[in-house]
Design a protein around this ligand. Sequence first.
Ligand SMILES: Cc1ncc(COP(=O)(O)O)c(C=O)c1O
Length: 391
Amino acid sequence: MYADQNKMSKKDLRFNSKTIHGGQQPDKAYGAVMPPIYQTSTYAQSTPGGHMGYEYSRSANPTRTALENALASIENGNYGLAFASGLSAMDAVIKLLNPGDEVVSTNDLYGGSYRLFKQVFEKYGITFHFIGMQDAAAIESHINEKTKLIWVETPTNPMMNVIDIRAVSALAKKHQLLLAVDNTFATPYLQRPLDLGADIVMHSATKYLGGHSDVVVGALVVKDKELADQLYFIQNASGAVCGPMDSFLTLRGIKTLHVRMQRHCENGKAIAQYLAKHPKIEKVYWPGFEDHPNHEVAKDQMNGFGGMISFITKGSSYDDAIKIVEKLQVFTLAESLGGVESLAGHPASMTHASIPKTEREKSGVVDALIRLSVGIEDVDDLIADLEQAIG
Ligand SMILES: Cc1ncc(COP(=O)(O)O)c(C=O)c1O
């Protein structure tokens, strides 16, 4: 009964309604509006194979299904898959490949993603080329007959470069490659890679989708049934699934994604502008600035510029950067991003420590760089905090 009512027109909803209703239906047992946390590993069967759609929670769990449907809906895909972490979602994508295959990847990407590619998968015979992708044409020279996948992170972590997804997608289609986009920083509120031609969207849902710094969850969304089947096979065979409690919390986070992102963008803009005018600040990296090298692409493919900002102080000193992050009081010095609370990080020693210094400095991740995840507090309190910390 519920399913039919709800199938009606949910695909046609606008984004701010999809976050709340997309792929959702009241629970079949009692009509609960939020899906119960089905904290079970297994399901009773009347005869072998005689079950109600669920047999073992690694393969599927109703709370996770509710989250996976929501993920598919907000990214304009057809199939969503929820994993135990962002990295395990990436792990599943790379397991689509075989020894001998090659991947062309963004060079300025989350340190853990780099570590997974280099230190886990290269030893299984998969080769990764890390390159700057702001000029999409430059990617083509790294493609050969062994290339199977292009991995794009945009905006990049932590340098806030923006990569033209449409242009990379044209290249991927020309060479019959898969294109995967890590959409963690932008979220589907700002950018929907599948609409721009990507085959796979990936999230560290730990960040903006969950939104409250209380879960570690990963997500993949695709349109194509065959690709979805391959990924479901890997998800079940490798087993890095998202548990029912984390599924529930992430689903709850998604319901307010649009209102949180609106405020993240407003606060991000105010703080980027404040830092840009500060006499002690050398450089601010935020794609909303007109003189950001990829501003036009950002304006074209994103609905706003987000709340992630990186900056360096004049003199580019490591000690100054450390002093600032230690003095912050409303911003918390911590790994991660995308929660309601503002966080500050020192990428060289925290999120990007697993990238060798010479490699990370090539893409701008110098010892003096500070990264801010601007939260949704009162922006005047955030500015006052930066004022006292920068001095
Ligand atoms: C852009 C990006 N991708 C992937 C990840 C990995 O996600 P997780 O920490 O959920 O495994 C992170 C984590 O910080 C990230 O920032």
